[in-house]
Design a protein around this ligand. Structure first.
Ligand SMILES: Nc1ncnc2c1ncn2[C@@H]1O[C@H](COP(=O)(O)OP(=O)(O)OP(=O)(O)O)[C@@H](O)[C@H]1O
Ligand code: SF4
Ligand SMILES: [Mg+2]
Length: 331
């Protein structure tokens, strides 16, 4: 299957008074057409910065795209001007966030927001755009769409607002939808409805999805592949089965052990990963997980492990993959 997105050797930093925060440190991943890829990892590991870099949403400065390429449909988004990005955002790439109020315009009726995007990006007439906006609200399951189309975002409930944001994001049928914690703020029933809706819309439109979430249950249900990030790097990537049934990286194993799972004995205690991620102003030279890893060896301290294929299409960045690892001494 063809790739819609290829992130290549991406480095992103923030210049702050405290120094250069090296938020993304050389990540590589791709998203195929029609596929759903999860990005997981603890708070601060760089999930949102990755998403916002693809959309070029953070102004530069403070952000500095130091190195790399973000190839979307064969074109490098890092080489686009702000004007060119405006044409891509909301048209070719849609984005939904945890808080719909950050992307919905509070001063504009919901229907009008969808219509404006269709007029701007697809050159529809006002009447056509209004009709499509109505359809979009219907499609995302908003009751009484002909009334809702003329209401403002604050007149919608949380779940309905999230649906409206999805309607805005999908109105132009983007080739890629980036969803950053799209359901975290919603209660469980509505969360399930929104996720079902995203899946259904994906089946209808064939869009690719990048889903960022802390909820590994949602990942298992929604996604084809998983990218595991730690301290601005990708430490493991593979299919859902690879990651959930044959995790190779100690950090991935730690993540899985820190959340409840169906196949777990009720009396089995959850094991949070002890310690905190490294400082990104002065990240460690060796393996970023060294200080917290129960398998760490002497080599891990001063030498960074590269991502290596550990199974078909599964990659892990850990010295344990090395054939000589069994002979190494623990730290
Ligand atoms: N504007 C900024 N200035 C300085 N540092 C920043 C800025 N935005 C993000 N960072 C840093 O970049 C790193 C990655 O942040 P990011 O928001 O991508 O984390 P995340 O994985 O999305 O976390 P969460 O799960 O909490 O949403 C963090 O160390 C964060 O402190
Ligand atoms: S490289 Fe070493 S410290 Fe890093 S995860 Fe593997 S064993 Fe642990
Ligand atoms: Mg985030």
């Amino acid at each position: 299957m063809e790739n819609i997105l290829e992130v290549k050797d991406l480095h992103v930093s923030f210049h702050t008074y405290g120094g250069e925060v090296k938020a993304i440190r050389g990540i590589n991943f791709e998203v195929k057409k029609g596929e759903t890829v999860a990005i997981v990892g603890e708070s601060g590991c760089g999930k949102s910065v990755t998403a916002q870099s693809i959309m070029q949403l953070i102004p530069s400065p403070p952000v500095d795209y130091k190195q790399g390429h973000i190839m979307f449909n064969g074109q490098d988004l890092l080489k686009k001007s702000e004007k060119e990005m405006e044409k891509i955002r909301g048209n070719d790439i849609g984005m939904i966030f945890q808080d719909p109020m950050t992307s919905l315009n509070p001063t504009m009726k919901v229907g009008q927001q969808i219509a404006e995007s269709l007029i701007k990006h697809q050159g529809l007439s006002r009447a056509e755009a209004h009709e499509r906006a109505l359809q979009a609200l219907k499609l995302v399951g908003i009751p009484q769409p002909d009334k809702r189309v003329n209401q403002y975002p604050h007149e919608f409930s949380g779940g309905m607002r999230q649906r409206a944001m999805i309607a805005v994001a999908l109105a132009c049928r983007p080739k890629l939808l980036i969803a950053d914690e799209p359901t975290t703020a919603l209660d469980v029933t509505i969360q399930a409805q929104i996720l079902d809706l995203m899946k259904e819309l994906q089946m209808q439109t064939g869009t690719s999805i990048i889903l960022i979430t802390h909820d590994l249950g949602v990942v298992a249900e929604m996604c084809d592949r998983v990218v595991v990030m730690y301290a601005g790097e990708i430490v493991e990537t593979g299919t859902i089965d690879d990651i959930f049934y044959h995790p190779q990286h100690p950090y991935t194993k730690g993540l899985l052990n820190s959340v409840p799972r169906l196949d777990m004995n009720k009396n089995e205690p959850l094991k949070p990963i002890v310690g905190t991620p490294p400082d990104l102003i002065a990240p460690p030279v060796g393996c970023p997980f060294f200080a917290r890893c129960e398998y760490a060896m002497e080599i891990c301290r001063g030498h960074k492990p590269e991502l290596e294929e550990v199974g078909r299409g599964q990659y892990s960045a850990c010295w344990l993959n090395h054939p000589m690892a069994k002979m190494a001494k623990a730290k």
